[in-house]
Design a protein around this ligand. Structure first.
Ligand code: AMP
Ligand code: GLY
Length: 423
């Protein structure tokens, strides 16, 4: 089978790594991919938002299945375009992708279907926002309605922070039309967990539990990022709790979307807080999480290719996925300055030595090859992943491998897994 993966980050590198293990695979392409990915797939210089060019490419090469990594092409209707040309693609149509691309749609959808989430108001200007903050009380969370690369969320503890957030959203308009509408919602107290499943429109194949670390700094300090590390299993979410999430959140979402004629094919990723009243939804993504996907894929035993093809073309044939008992972890190595303006262009040393560690996989998130050497080009630069018989072992392996890698602006969190391990 000929497969096209869309995206260029660590998540897509890991997807290509997993798909390469499938005996059904004959040719693998990745658009646009990266220098790191080019060892595994033919890279194609088309960016994820060029949906017509991507469809032309897939049609010309007679691609059998396309798998979409990032959210932007989904919100632009990439899946609609492929399906209108009769091509198989694993991902939601634009109408379903709204569950991620519009937080207002997602909140109202949850309200309609009785899915537990934080109390909220939708506001359009500073005055309305202030009124809503008064009603709900501090601490409070402000969220731009549209896609903002994970940066449109402001957790506000004090009145001063509120002014900064309001100015960014409504005066500076940093997120453009994405903040025409803004959610003001109650702050949820509790441990944050992710729950991911694959969907074929009707049924769910749950992935193993995982946890990602969103803040830039140790001890969950500093600004939010795309994610600085992840591990699977989560250790906080046991199978009983996972069953509650499936019953209260995942199944009602899939059924609700079907009932609203927005069939949910692709990934359903729920970001949750485990509150004293039970799990409540922070957000939905209709794509694989980055970096959660990296440890999850290291643990999946099944051949993913036939599963995704079935999901895209008529329905899963299996009722569940099998995960290895081992734990897996992903450390994100970023460049200083991230998530603002990261330093770029520095040469990375020690990649080969790190990759030689047993049980370790290195995925590239923001690198480029210059004169035969990898340089850091992104905020998130590398993912150092490892599996081990338990989380502690996986963490030790990953940190040992990460220590081999260096460039002047390298930063990473040193507390991934520490909280769950009780340290
Ligand atoms: P979101 O993109 O909606 O997941 O928000 C990004 C991050 O902001 C989350 O991962 C949480 O850490 C934090 N956050 C968002 N909404 C809330 C909330 N209602 N209560 C507490 N923290 C929140
Ligand atoms: N790691 C969080 C995300 O992919 O949204």
């Amino acid at each position: 089978m000929k497969v096209l993966v869309i995206g260029s980050g660590g998540r897509e590198h890991a997807l290509c790594w997993k798909l390469r293990q499938s005996p059904l695979l004959t040719e693998l392409y990745c658009a646009p991919g990266s220098s790191g990915i080019s060892n595994l797939a033919d890279t194609v210089p088309i960016s994820p938002d060029e949906i017509h060019q991507l469809a032309d490419f897939a049609a010309d090469l007679k691609i059998d299945l396309t798998i979409v990594g990032p959210e932007l092409p989904l919100s632009l209707g990439l899946v609609n375009e492929f399906q209108s040309r009769g091509m198989a693609i694993f991902g939601p149509r634009k109408q379903a992708a709204e569950l991620e691309s519009s937080k207002v749609f997602a909140k109202r959808f949850m309200e309609r279907h009785g899915i537990p989430t934080a109390r909220f108001n939708v506001v359009h200007d500073q005055q309305e926002a202030r009124r809503s903050v008064e009603e709900l009380g501090l601490p409070i969370v402000l969220k731009a309605d549209g896609l903002a690369a994970g940066k449109g969320v402001f957790v506000v503890h004090e009145a001063e922070e509120l002014e900064t957030a309001l100015a960014t959203l409504f005066e500076e308009r940093r997120f453009g039309a994405a903040s025409d509408r803004v959610i003001v919602e109650e702050f949820l107290e509790g441990e944050e967990v992710s729950f991911l499943a694959l969907c074929d429109g009707e049924r769910l194949l749950s992935l193993a539990t995982s946890k990602d670390y969103k803040r830039i700094g140790d001890g969950d300090t500093g600004p939010n990022t795309g994610g600085m590390g992840a591990h699977s299993p989560s250790l906080v979410m046991d199978s009983e709790l996972a069953a509650v999430v499936v019953e209260q959140v995942m199944r009602p979402v899939v059924a609700g979307m079907k009932g609203e004629d927005r069939l949910l094919v692709g990934v359903l990723y729920a970001g949750l807080v485990l509150t004293a009243e039970g799990p409540k939804v922070l957000e939905f993504n209709l794509r694989l999480g980055d970096p959660e996907t990296q440890p999850l894929l290291m643990r999946i035993e099944d051949d993913l290719l036939p599963v995704l093809l079935a999901g895209a073309t008529g329905g899963f044939e299996t009722g569940r996925l099998t995960f290895r008992k081992e734990a897996a972890v992903c450390l994100v190595l970023a460049s200083e300055g991230y998530p603002g303006k990261p330093n770029k262009g520095e040469i990375i040393e020690g990649l080969e030595a790190a990759a030689a560690h047993p049980g370790v996989e290195i995925f590239h998130a923001g690198t480029a090859l210059r004169d035969g050497k990898f340089v850091a080009t992104g905020g998130r630069v590398l993912n150092v992943c490892a599996s081990g018989s338990n989380l502690l072992e996986a963490l030790k392996k990953a940190y040992a491998a990460a220590a081999e890698i260096s460039w002047p602006s390298k930063v990473l969190r040193y507390d991934i897994g520490r909280r769950v391990l009780g340290g």
